[in-house]
Write a protein that binds this ligand. Structure first.
Ligand SMILES: [Zn+2]
Length: 329
């Protein structure tokens, strides 16, 4: 990708695909804030497949899904640019081979386009998605385009156009985080609109939780105008770790004259949408997943209990008695 094309796709992402008919700038507060986005001309923001949402772990539907396959996510990209868009921090990258996500019941194969972050003024807010009433201080979105569409414009016009992988960050100690290697780049983009090359960029895997086995899945939208309803969401249940010092780097980024402060959209109604949770089949509570029922009646599970010594003796005695009853005298 040439530098120009890189810059163009960066601006494309940064502007979050704003439709041309919207003549006003959107923001995260005030008259042009989230509750007024549809009135600014971004009509989809009012529809019924919107993101983010609040997830309740008691209301999810457990499913045995194939694991996600994250091809080349462990490779450091050839080039990574980090940009302060006035409303957030967005990374674009050049990677060879291309980073691809597939499996995990995604409706296609998706190429990574870039990633960005959402945060808040303090540790109690920041994430867009909420789990069991809890917000996290930082949420990262890895934006991926369905490989069957040639560009982002086409992808944002199709219900299966995009897949976004969401990572919740929580304050705490963890394995060496890729955020360490974004720190100096974050310091260089304090000013709204500034952009920098990330030296020694981290791989995406270094920015993700140690395990990507467990995740939530639902159908939603972009969380910024135009709010296009084209996103298959994957939210990893395990969190990545961040330090207070690293969080301060995000909070120090300026937008138009003052700090960005917060850049998360409030949660949207689900309107009957189901949130699925992926569990591996070999986990203890597999019976809840519903697959056991597909393989045999619920009795098949408890019948395994008949192999317990006491019951086995009982069944053998019964069979022997039955045979004896039939023996000719
Ligand atoms: Zn986002």
């Amino acid at each position: 990708m040439s530098a120009l094309r890189l810059a163009v796709s960066l601006v494309w992402l940064a502007a979050s695909l704003s439709p041309s008919h919207a003549d006003q700038e959107w923001t995260y507060e005030g008259n042009n804030g989230p509750e007024n986005w549809s009135r600014l001309g971004y009509k989809d923001c009012d529809h019924h497949r919107q993101s983010p949402i609040a997830i309740s772990s008691r209301e999810v539907v457990l499913r045995h899904l194939d694991p996600l396959r994250l091809d080349y996510f462990d490779h450091a990209p050839l080039r990574m640019n980090l940009t302060n868009t006035h409303l957030g921090a967005t990374a674009s990258m050049k990677a060879r081979p291309e980073l691809v996500v597939r499996g995990g019941a995604l409706p296609g194969e998706y190429q990574v386009v870039g990633f960005h972050f959402h945060w808040g003024e303090n540790d109690t807010v920041g994430s867009e998605h909420i789990l069991d009433g809890r917000s996290y201080p930082l949420e990262m979105h890895i934006v991926c385009k369905n490989a069957k569409y040639s560009d982002m414009k086409k992808a944002t016009q199709r219900p299966d156009g995009l897949a976004v992988l969401a990572v919740w960050f929580e304050v705490g100690a963890g394995p060496a985080s890729g955020l360490v290697r974004l720190a100096s780049a974050l310091r260089r983009i304090r000013g709204g609109g500034s952009s920098t090359l990330v030296q020694n960029p981290p791989s995406l895997l270094e920015l993700m939780p140690a395990s990507t086995e467990h995740f939530y899945r639902y159908e939603g939208s972009l969380t910024t105008p135009g709010c296009y309803e084209v996103v298959t969401w994957t939210l990893f249940k395990d969190t990545a770790k961040i330090t207070e010092k690293q969080l301060q780097l995000f909070r120090s980024l300026k937008g138009y004259l003052k700090p960005i402060g917060h850049n998360y959209r409030f949660v949207q109604l689900r309107y009957g949408r189901t949130v699925y949770e992926r569990r591996a089949l070999d986990e203890g509570d597999a019976a809840e997943v519903g697959l056991v029922a597909a393989q045999g009646p619920p009795g098949a599970v408890s019948a395994a209990g008949a192999l317990r010594p006491g019951l086995a003796v009982f069944w053998r005695a019964l069979a022997a008695a039955s045979r004896a009853a039939r023996l000719p005298r």
